[in-house]
Write a protein that binds this ligand. Structure first.
Ligand SMILES: NC(=O)c1ccc[n+]([C@@H]2O[C@H](COP(=O)([O-])OP(=O)(O)OC[C@H]3O[C@@H](n4cnc5c(N)ncnc54)[C@H](O)[C@@H]3O)[C@@H](O)[C@H]2O)c1
Ligand SMILES: O=CCCC(=O)C(=O)O
Length: 488
């Protein structure tokens, strides 16, 4: 039975006003913990709505870019303050709409606030260098200019942090923004944009438009007045977005999938490694691009590690993320649940040994949600599908190796290169790992997930378009360098 009666409708935010789509159509955003619960209705926007958003952003950017960086920063500080007051409400909406547990959602919202404050400060930092000219009477230096209108296409797995880590640097460097969130988390996105609206950003500087990826996302990528697209999501869609941008000469940045390994060396602190594997692989129901999915363990400690891992995995409580004793929530949507279940089936068919989980929980109270049990496979080999393709679910594949060299080789044997970690006490092991691991983020004695806002983040190989987000690295995408030569 549907519980939609009082669910609110959220509008697009265009040119400083909340407005309905010209389509007159809305779609529901439902709770993955109970598909009968509607969290809200969102606009099913059209290319006409999109064009209005882009034109308002284009117009507003002209004045926005002329403000001092510190003045733009003031708006970001204000948005952070508003969001801080609404932290609990936004986090609760995120949990209801996307499924991650409330403590995780609160942590993510707090992270969004910290990102806003970090980039607010960037408005007062240096943007260029003085370079000695060969002409002794000349002054040569670099400065930076914004791209113009930036389109932000975001996924559902970090519905606050990812849009903010794209919008905040775009804005501080003088761009205006059109945000297209994932449909699954569009209500959470609307609440984030309400904070920007309350902070008093000039009309048109920031716009929100919801709708289908194939219409609004693709439309943004193809729009001739959008100078740059920053995308996070799947490889398949990312490649399409990149091609659309390339075809018209727009700048683009793609952050995509991962198949992240953890290596457990023979000298590892096994309790630490178990905790890191569980947290990295199963928190957020494995739906982090940085989630651990391959657990490569040295043969000397394989059995002991597996025993310790299983003892903890068996205690994991699956349930509605709003309930205090829940450790792991549902998959974010039905499609994701089906994908996870089909990979589990494939693992069984290809000969991996299912140690735990592998299906939907038996509790009838969870029957209307997209829940799956935490799953562990033993005897996995590098050639199996579950150790090659991104599952984006709570599935751990245990792989046994005899040497650290074999471990690193196995870790690199995939097309992705986002994050990787090793548990070891040996300097030699960790140095080999740091040097030889093909991943944009390598972590030692720490889980594969966990991104710090002040450091560059991005992947190697098929995980990204080889650009970096966050920290001061963000300036490279959101601005263009201008070299200035001045002769008296
Ligand atoms: N590398 C990272 O930083 C990172 C972070 C989070 C998620 N991800 C990846 O995201 C995926 C899961 O997220 P998802 O299911 O939301 O991804 P997705 O690619 O399906 O969707 C991402 C966004 O693209 C939009 N979109 C869909 N079709 C489009 C099209 N034809 N043109 C333009 N936009 C379109 C969607 O509406 C959504 O807003 C996983 O593969 C995961 O690894 C990567
Ligand atoms: O899903 C991609 C982002 C991962 C992240 O932010 C983290 O691991 O903290």
């Amino acid at each position: 039975m549907s519980t939609a009666v009082n669910a609110p409708t959220y509008q697009n935010y265009i040119n400083g006003e909340w407005s309905a789509s010209v389509s007159g159509q809305t779609v529901s955003s439902i709770s993955p913990a109970n598909k009968n619960e509607v969290v809200g209705y969102i606009q099913l926007s059209t290319p006409e709505d999109l064009d209005r958003a882009v034109q308002s952003a284009k117009h507003a950017q002209k004045a926005w870019r002329k403000l001092a960086g510190s003045a733009r920063g003031e708006f970001l500080y204000k948005a952070a303050n508003v969001m801080e007051k609404r932290l609990n409400e936004i986090a609760e909406t995120m949990t209801r709409e996307m499924g991650k547990t409330l403590p995780e959602a609160k942590g993510e919202t707090a992270r969004g606030i910290a990102i806003l404050r970090y980039y607010a400060g960037e408005g007062m930092r240096k943007v260029g260098d003085v370079i000695p000219s060969t002409d002794a009477d000349a002054l040569m230096f670099t400065t930076r200019v914004p791209l113009g209108v930036v389109g932000v296409i975001a996924p559902w797995n970090f519905p606050v942090a990812i849009p903010i880590w794209k919008m905040a640097p775009a804005l501080i460097y003088g761009n205006s923004v059109v945000l297209k969130p994932a449909q699954e988390t569009a209500v959470t996105a609307a609440k984030v944009i309400e904070c920007f609206a309350e902070a008093g950003f000039p009309a048109g500087v920031i716009n929100l438009i919801t709708g289908k990826g194939s219409v609004i996302g693709q439309g943004l990528a193809e729009h001739s007045d959008v100078s740059g697209i920053t995308f996070t999501g799947s490889n398949q869609v990312g490649k399409q977005v990149g091609q659309a941008c390339l075809a018209r000469g727009a700048k683009y940045q793609l952050e995509m999938g991962g198949k992240n390994p953890v290596i457990v060396a023979a000298d590892a602190d096994l309790d630490l490694a178990v905790d890191g594997t569980i947290s990295g692989g199963l928190r957020s129901t494995g739906q982090k691009c940085t989630a651990t999915s391959r657990v490569i363990v040295l043969s000397e400690v394989y059995d002991e590690f597996r025993e310790k891992l299983m003892a903890k995995v068996r205690t994991i409580k699956v349930g509605n993320g709003l309930e205090g004793d829940t450790w792991m929530g549902p998959c974010a949507n039905e499609n994701q649940l089906e994908t996870v279940l089909s990979y589990i089936q494939k693992g069984i068919e290809e000969g991996a040994e299912l140690l735990h989980g592998g299906g939907r929980p038996e509790d009838p109270a969870l029957a209307d949600g997209f829940f799956v049990t935490p799953t562990v496979f033993d005897n996995v080999t590098s050639s199996m599908t579950i150790s090659k393709e991104e599952i984006f679910g709570p599935v751990l594949a245990l792989i046994k190796v005899d040497t650290i060299e074999q471990a690193i080789e196995a870790a690199n044997e995939v097309e992705f290169g986002l994050s990787a970690s090793i548990y070891t006490a040996s300097i030699s092991n960790l140095l080999s790992f740091i040097q030889d691991m093909d991943a944009g983020l390598v972590r030692v004695n720490a889980e594969t997930a966990g991104v710090e806002l002040q450091a560059p983040f991005g992947g190697m190989k098929q995980s990204s378009s080889h650009s970096r987000e966050q920290g001061q690295a963000a300036i490279e995408f959101f601005t263009a360098i201008k070299t200035v030569f001045v002769k008296a």
